[in-house]
Design a protein around this ligand. Structure first.
Ligand code: PMP
Length: 747
């Protein structure tokens, strides 16, 4: 080093200190006269041309910009780069004074000056051109962010990896197709907080142009904003002066600002992917890991933020008109009432006009984020990227029906049946829980050659004619015509405020009913029930009830059907299927809702004997049932459940949630009962000191929770039970928020 600097620059070095660097090895050097420089040594031939171009460009713009940049000091022969004996190149830069922006308070004035400086630099760079810079495919450059996607594999646990995938997915589908049409220019490309120098509340210099890129101009702002947001309590508000500063120099275009949020999340993803790779390779990690923790914090925080609100905040800062969905909402509501039947309900006194959703959050068009404690259909999370990817991949490849051979159907059937006891080994695919329960009843009829069915009070199993016939919730509810002749109803074995106080009484009652039906010559074909009654108010069937009842039913050749539409797929935490909590094995299982995470796939799982009896010559065919797009979606759901260990997560979160609710119960006696398992919980509201329902209070709490941006619903015979059945990624923090809000509303 000393020799090179002496030979090429006539400088005598007294002190040298290694600095962080990426493409080059950097030293801070002090000469005998006390002058300071930065010397950069480039060892890779592919960096030589770029270093020369960077030097040429910076030297060209230095006088056109209000900030200092590391111009290259020519050697004694007037060359910008000096050849070293080992073939490497040295480049000498002035040492620029100042405090890094990372080390000072981020006042609005400072951040405005950052935006302004960036704008001026981008403006000056617009006059420059470099073929070699333009040809480079740098993985930090946001137009090539997809080059980082394979590095997601280094991220653990899987839930974190899938969060990054969600944001990369938005990049691929929303951002990337638009990039070629945006304004391009040369940009610094890495204005992180250790590349920005300040003096006296003003940005005074940009250093390290090693990532200089020809790319959409907006990337400059996106990257700088990313780093300015890290570690901030109110990250979106904090950065607005940067946008305003930039905007004062280069007026931003609407299409640029609208992409800013996703460009920022993309940069965060690029950052965490490279941190994960560096850690896995045990590389010189300190420099690259600097932003890892705050980047993760910001990504996790980001999904709790409404994208409409973020975009509007940025649009406003850029002096552009914000998006207003109010007219659209009114129009949608109007069209809906015009074209759809009145029997379709809308939740809440003030319905929610949705924009989008991610994992356990739903975003409305007014800019609010709702914590979803209610929707169990998006089982592994709203818009989970693994499911989205599976669907979009398969729908482009092949979508057909079960009359043809394709691998996905058989593979998924094998994978799903592995979750069942060996006797349940045949599967029939359909497209809704209703179709599945309807089919189950039909199969039972074929198998038993009987017609009468036994159901539980408050049960709901579907919207077909048979579905309504077997759903006491419907035929005994509003608009219902009462119990059909072919149905007998057993009381819901509810030990909180049901007909009896003990399991034995419920079982005895059931046995008596069976005997009575026999005496009347009514031959019972099937018994259908949920292991925890959802419409019955998240009521777990009394312990021991199903075990004793199943024994009675099996003795009489009656087919037992467990409706796992709500309770299946690990939701209960302790058990993968609800029937396991009752230590029974049904003859048939009805599946739906969570099976495809919202993609319409449902199924009946049954025994060989029943499946064989059903093969009586009449073909069973469902146009959409078991199509490869559906089975790929469903396969992805199982894979996510496994890799994110969501059953264990549901148990852990559910146990924690339940304990919090139980402790609230001590303070608020209106919480008559809290019950359920895993992430399938219910809170029953009662009049203090009694088990009498308080329907009004339950409705108030449901609507007020919604006003506080937490989604739940009510159900039960008296509609006084708050139902909690969120996407399975719902976590302890979410449970804390729920409980804190509930307590506040009960005060
Ligand atoms: N069974 C149960 C237990 C359900 O909760 C539902 C839907 N709420 C169904 C069956 C019917 O499913 P689908 O709405 O998919 O037809």
């Amino acid at each position: 080093m000393e020799q090179i600097l002496l030979q090429h620059y006539s400088l005598t070095i007294q002190k040298q200190k290694k600095l962080d660097g990426y493409a080059s090895i950097n030293y801070q050097v002090t000469t005998d006269t006390g002058h300071q420089y930065v010397s950069k040594v480039y060892t890779q031939p592919e960096d030589f041309v770029l270093a020369a171009e960077e030097s040429r460009i910076l030297n060209a713009i230095q006088h056109k910009i209000p900030v200092e940049v590391p111009i290259t000091i020519p050697n004694i022969s007037g060359e910008l780069l000096s050849q070293n004996p080992d073939g490497s190149l040295t480049r000498l830069l002035p040492y620029i004074e100042g405090m890094f922006i990372a080390e000072v308070a981020h006042t609005p004035e400072l951040l405005f000056s950052l935006g302004q400086a960036m704008g001026k630099v981008n403006q000056a760079l617009a006059a420059e051109h470099s073929d070699s810079i333009q040809a480079r495919r740098l993985f930090w450059d946001l137009q090539y962010a997809y080059l980082n996607e394979p590095k997601m594999a280094y991220i653990t646990p899987a839930a974190d990896q899938n969060l990054v995938w969600y944001f990369f997915d938005q990049y691929q589908y929303v951002v990337r197709p638009q990039l070629p049409y945006l304004r391009h220019g040369l940009i610094h490309g890495d204005l992180n907080d250790w590349n920005i120098l300040t003096q006296g509340n003003q940005v005074t210099a940009f250093i390290d142009f090693g990532d200089i890129a020809y790319t959409p101009l907006i990337h400059e702002l996106a990257i700088a904003l990313t780093y300015m947001m890290l570690g901030k309590e109110n990250p979106f508000e904090v950065i607005l002066p940067v946008i305003k500063g930039y905007q004062s120099v280069i007026p931003l275009l609407r299409e640029e600002v609208e992409l800013l949020p996703m460009l920022i999340t993309t940069r965060l993803c690029v950052s965490v992917c490279n941190s994960a790779e560096a850690k896995a390779n045990a590389a010189d990690t300190e420099y690259i890991l600097i932003s890892e923790k705050p980047a993760w914090e910001l990504l996790r925080y980001w999904i709790s933020c409404n994208p409409v609100a973020i975009t509007n905040l940025f649009l406003q800062a850029a002096g552009l008109e914000t998006s207003d969905y109010e007219t659209q909402k009114t129009e949608t509501a109007h069209k809906r009432s015009l074209y759809l039947g009145k029997s379709l309900g809308l939740s809440y006194q003030q319905p929610i006009h949705l924009h989008s959703a991610a994992f356990q959050y739903m975003y409305d068009t007014a800019g609010n984020t709702y914590l979803d404690a209610y929707n169990n259909i998006p089982h592994v999370g709203h818009c989970h990227p693994k499911v989205s990817e599976a669907i979009s991949r398969q729908v482009r490849l092949l979508n057909t029906n079960t009359r043809y051979l394709y691998d996905s159907l058989a593979d998924y059937a094998e994978k799903l049946l592995a979750y069942f006891p060996p006797s349940l080994n045949k599967i029939f695919f359909v497209n809704s829980g209703s179709m599945a329960s309807d089919l189950a009843i039909r199969m039972a009829h074929t198998y038993t050659q009987r017609r009468h069915n036994l159901v539980l009070e408050m049960g709901y199993h579907g919207n077909t004619i048979t579905g309504i016939d077997i759903s006491s919730y419907k035929f005994d509810g509003k608009g219902g015509k009462g119990q059909p002749d072919c149905i007998s109803v057993l009381p819901l074995p509810n030990l909180f405020n049901g007909l009896f106080q003990t399991t034995t009484e419920y079982v005895t009652h059931a046995r008596q009913l069976l005997e009575q039906l026999e005496a009347e010559g009514k031959k019972v074909s099937a018994f259908i029930a949920e292991p925890i009654s959802g419409c019955g108010g998240q009521m777990p069937l009394a312990p021991g009830y199903l075990k004793a009842l199943y024994a009675e039913l099996h003795r009489r050749g009656i087919v037992t059907i467990s409706d796992e539409v709500q309770t299946g797929f690990g939701r209960l935490g302790h058990w993968f299927w609800g029937f396991q909590m009752h230590e029974v094995v049904p003859d048939m299982v009805v599946l739906g809702k969570p099976m495809g995470n919202g993609h319409p796939i449902a199924a009946v799982v049954t025994t060989t004997a029943i499946a064989d009896a059903f093969a009586n010559g009449m073909e069973f065919f469902s146009s959409f049932g078991g199509n490869p797009v559906s089975t790929e979606a469903a396969k992805a759901v199982l894979e996510v459940l496994e890799e994110e260990q969501l059953q264990t997560h549901a148990k852990d979160t559910g146990d924690y949630f339940m304990a919090q609710l139980q402790s609230l119960q001590k303070t608020y006696p209106v919480l008559g009962d809290v019950r359920g398992s895993g992430l399938f919980l219910g809170i029953e509201f009662v009049k203090v000191g009694t088990h009498e329902p308080d329907t009004t209070l339950a409705a108030r709490i449901k609507n007020q929770l919604k006003d506080q941006f937490i989604l739940t619903g009510t159900d039960g015979r008296y509609d006084n039970v708050l139902k909690i059945k969120p996407p399975m990624c719902f976590n302890r923090k979410n449970a804390d928020l729920f409980c804190a809000m509930l307590a506040k509303l009960l005060l």
